[in-house]
Design a protein around this ligand. Structure first.
Ligand SMILES: [Zn+2]
Length: 468
């Protein structure tokens, strides 16, 4: 007999954790941090609902923190088994996890200095050291479907999910788990990519399985029909005509590389003039190197550009500001130019130093290319607030504000159906909808029932199902 229990990534898009248990082994798929609402974040601090020492292995679908950011905590609590993920995911985890550890330490430090804690002193959820200990456990595997033994009676295969570098669908195969002793296959979609995204490949079709978990982030939405490349060209041309700067706050992993890729294409197509482009984020520089080095993850278009000896992730006049000194020098620049800097929602990082100078400037255009969560500086500017607080200073918002809605690393609901339609053979006994707000999961359930007539379930936090 086998079971699956949903310890996160249900009723919300964060905290993904799915525990599969048989008599012989326990395997956790994804180990994400809860983010956003306080009642969700508090779960990060509660004792885990299962014994971390009893988990034999962890399988990771992709590097994003809402799928991996709890790993160092679990290691701190005694998990010491192997962590399997694709090579691309391993590359990104080396960048993301130590940074997450540093942020946790800074956060605890801040709460202590400002007396914001009942605990004396406040301890971090985990430290940079815990993150490095976690990296020791990582076992990179090919993202090609090759089956590997991950625990007693359990094999897993990783396949391209097309969401970010290294993202995987994970097919977990359990020996003798069915009622009559036959095997059982469970497919985890992880986050499913948007088709035709630049740089990386499209998601491969779902292999045949008995149970399927599919994400539902955009279960109730379709992407903006305007091509984001067209929108980007319009905004850059407008700024170039006025000899004015463009500031693009962008997440360092994935979105920054995508923007640079599109700017280079637009320059080559002579759709925009060649302007100085600065990528001002040390993490983005590392992530760009990871994207460039992981050749097996590139789509055909990227490979063909490489064959022409062009670097796909460089524009024609680009500098990467790696040090603080280089970043400061940018303050002296004038005229039309493009600055891409993290964080994407302007909650921290070097983008704040640029915001301090450029947000009060009526000539500057700030372009939002990703989701802006409630309460973030990005959201305040986007919502039209007249004054915002940046690095402790109140400044007037006089810049132009633009938003490009078409960028997304997630499949929308029609793309999820397109993916499901390609299933190799058969129909899953049950399809679980995960990784969505309740409205989005419900909407996707309706679409799947209507189109395919499948047995669909929206699990609740802590709910267990038998995999019969
Ligand atoms: Zn993701």
């Amino acid at each position: 007999m086998a079971t699956i229990t949903f310890w996160g990534g249900v009723g919300t898009v964060t905290g993904s954790k799915f525990l599969v248990e048989t008599e012989k082994a326990k395997v956790l798929v994804d180990c994400g941090l809860f983010q956003g609402l306080k009642e969700l974040r508090e779960r990060n601090w509660q004792d885990p609902p299962f014994n971390p020492r009893a988990v034999n292995a962890i399988l990771i679908t992709h590097a994003h923190i809402d799928h991996t950011g709890f790993l160092p905590r679990l290691v701190r609590q005694g998990f010491h088994g192997p962590v399997y993920c694709s090579k691309g995911t391993a590359d990104l985890l080396k960048i993301l996890l130590p940074d997450a550890g540093r942020l946790q330490e800074e956060d605890a430090d801040y709460r202590n200095r400002h007396n914001l804690t009942k605990h004396n002193p406040a301890l971090p959820l985990y430290t940079e050291k815990d993150a490095y200990a976690t990296l020791e456990l990582i076992r990179p595997v090919a993202n090609t479907g090759e089956r590997i033994q991950v625990a007693a009676g359990m094999k897993a295969g990783f396949r391209v999910a097309g969401h970010i570098l290294g993202s995987s669908l994970v097919l977990l195969e359990l020996d003798h788990a069915g009622a009559n002793g036959e095997g059982r296959k469970i497919l985890f979609s992880g986050d499913l990519g948007h088709y035709d995204q630049p740089i990386i490949k499209d998601p491969v079709p779902p292999p045949a399985c008995d149970y399927l978990l599919v994400e539902s982030t955009y279960g109730d939405r379709l992407h903006d029909p305007e091509d984001p490349k067209v929108a980007l060209a319009r905004i850059i041309n407008d700024a170039a005509k006025r000899d004015a700067p463009v500031l693009i706050p962008a997440f360092a992993v994935g979105r920054t590389q995508e923007i640079v890729y599109l700017i280079r294409e637009l320059e080559e197509e002579k759709a925009i003039p060649i302007l100085p482009v600065t990528v001002d984020s040390p993490m983005a520089a590392l992530a760009t190197a990871a994207y460039a080095n992981r050749k097996e993850e590139h789509d055909e278009e990227y490979a063909s550009i490489l064959r022409q000896h062009v670097h796909p992730l460089r524009t024609h006049s680009m500098i990467t500001a790696a040090t603080r000194q280089e970043s400061k020098k940018l303050n002296d620049a004038t005229g039309a130019r493009i600055i891409i800097s993290a964080s994407g929602m302007m909650t921290g990082g070097r983008v704040l130093h640029h915001a301090l100078r450029l947000v009060p400037d009526p000539e500057t255009t700030i372009v939002f290319v990703g989701y802006q969560a409630a309460g973030t500086l990005g959201r305040r500017i986007l919502d039209g607030e007249h004054e915002v607080k940046v690095l402790g200073q109140w400044i007037p918002v006089r810049c132009r504000v633009a938003k490009i809605g078409g960028f997304s690393a997630h499949a929308d609901w029609k793309e999820v159906l397109r993916w499901l339609e390609g299933i190799e053979s058969g129909v899953p006994n049950k399809t679980f909808l995960t990784h969505g707000e309740p409205g989005a999961s419900n909407a996707l359930a309706g679409h799947i029932k209507e189109r395919f007539g499948w047995n669909v379930e929206i699990p609740e936090y802590g709910q267990t199902f038998e995999l019969i």
